[in-house]
Design a protein around this ligand. Structure first.
Ligand SMILES: [Zn+2]
Length: 217
């Protein structure tokens, strides 16, 4: 959700990154809470995404041809016209298992056009098969929680615990030097400089040892 912003934010101090993340999350929650109110007042059953998908697939299903097979499995084959070029596609739907061979029903949790066609053939309400997590009330409930603004650090309560760095978290399972794709910020530069300085110190002390060995006093 914050991919683009976090890439830019890597160039900022850590406190600013945390503040940006909190502000954006608060904005995200506020917008969705407002939108869920509108969706409920419109009498919408599902979120905008689910509503559009279900409607689009419902319209598409009109062009399909269905052949019923087993009543117990509520299975059927659905023949669809290919979008480009000539020819047809055949998909297999088993309503009892909530599955279609196209994979979209399983992927989105919304009956695809093929499944909706089979629902109509078996006189089943396809809307009852949309996953609960698209329910507008569930959506509203998710985003109704209020995020609290945070005051400056000097006003924080003093913590009664000590933060302990867990060294096992960064233990590498692969041999060799670990690589990172992370965007570097000034904290890394400081670390890199410190490491380079430490290496230089190490090299110069080794060189002085060599000199001492080459030219023993
Ligand atoms: Zn399908």
């Amino acid at each position: 959700m914050y991919q683009w912003s976090s890439e830019r934010a890597r160039r900022l101090p850590v406190t600013a990154i945390v503040e940006i993340t909190l502000q954006r999350t608060a904005h995200y929650f506020r917008e969705r809470a407002l939108r869920s109110g509108v969706m409920l007042s419109n009498g919408q059953l599902w979120t905008d995404f689910a509503k559009k998908k279900f409607t689009d697939w419902g319209e598409k299903s009109i062009t399909h041809t269905v052949t019923k097979y087993d009543h117990l499995q509520q299975s059927a084959s659905v023949v669809t016209k290919r979008q480009q070029g000539l020819g047809f596609n055949t998909h297999v739907v088993k309503l009892a298992n909530r599955e279609c061979s196209c994979g979209k029903w399983n992927q989105f949790g919304i009956p695809c056009s093929h499944a909706q066609k089979v629902c109509a053939a078996y006189n089943i309400n396809a809307a009852s098969m949309v996953k609960d997590y698209y329910d507008v009330r569930a959506y509203k409930n998710t985003y109704s929680k209020a995020l609290q603004p945070v005051q400056s650090e000097e006003y924080w309560d003093v913590s009664n615990f000590e933060l302990v760095h867990d060294t096992t978290i960064r233990t590498s399972t692969r041999p060799g030097r670990s690589q990172t794709l992370r965007i570097q910020n000034e904290m890394d530069w400081r670390q890199t400089r410190a490491r380079q300085q430490a290496q230089r110190r190490g090299e110069s002390s080794r060189q002085s040892n060599v000199i001492e060995q080459d030219y023993p006093q």
